[in-house]
Design a protein around this ligand. Structure first.
Ligand code: AR6
Length: 167
């Protein structure tokens, strides 16, 4: 399995499942969540309304509508406060919950944004190693996925994930 790090807009990258950095309402927002809903079309919000929200660290799956994917996996990341509110564990839970759902749905190529490091202010230097480590641990000695791809929106984010992958 390959862990790939690319620069770009996650709504434009073909995959089996695209992960959305959502909030617990699952009813859309700004950042990557807004971009995913805009690109998928209003049917995505209509399906999300039937889901009854989602706890931080958990994940729910929908169809992907006009996105170049079969599924969107929505996960509310933790809001960074002072690091003493289980933020690191909850971020790892997000990755695990998404990978579990992706595996259950037979997705071989999954794209992730950098969960929580935008509006939710999780420090990038802490988030990237947690993301990479959690994915490696989840996939160890298993043939579940072909490619897990981090689609980074800016160079700074891309660099942080590359560094985490090298370490
Ligand atoms: N493709 C890839 N990455 C993107 C894109 C895109 N099109 N747009 C933004 N990013 P954020 P969070 C990057 O704020 O911190 C929403 O309002 C962005 O540069 O989208 O988990 C939700 O509804 C950053 O690196 O998500 C929640 O309320 C990363 O995606 C809240 O924001 C995550 O930034 C979630 O905050």
């Amino acid at each position: 399995m390959e862990i790939k790090i690319t620069l770009g807009d996650i709504t434009k990258v073909p995959a089996d499942a695209i992960v959305n950095a959502a909030n617990p309402t699952l009813l859309g927002g700004g950042g990557v969540d807004g971009a995913i809903h805009a690109a998928a079309g209003p049917e995505l919000l209509a399906e999300c309304r039937t889901l009854g929200g989602c706890d931080t660290g958990d994940a729910k799956i929908t169809k992907a509508y006009r996105l170049p994917a079969q599924y969107v996996i929505h996960t509310p990341g933790p809001v960074w406060r002072d690091g003493d509110d289980c933020e690191e564990e909850l971020l790892a839970d997000c990755y695990k919950s998404c990978l579990k759902l992706a595996a259950e749905h037979g997705c071989r190529h999954v794209t992730f944004p950098s969960i929580s490091t935008g509006l939710f202010r999780f420090p990038l230097s802490k988030a990237a190693p947690i993301a990479v480590r959690t994915i490696k641990e989840f996939c160890k000695n298993k043939d579940i996925f072909d490619c897990i791809e981090f689609v980074c929106f800016d160079e700074k984010t891309k660099k942080a994930y590359e560094t985490a992958l090298e370490d």
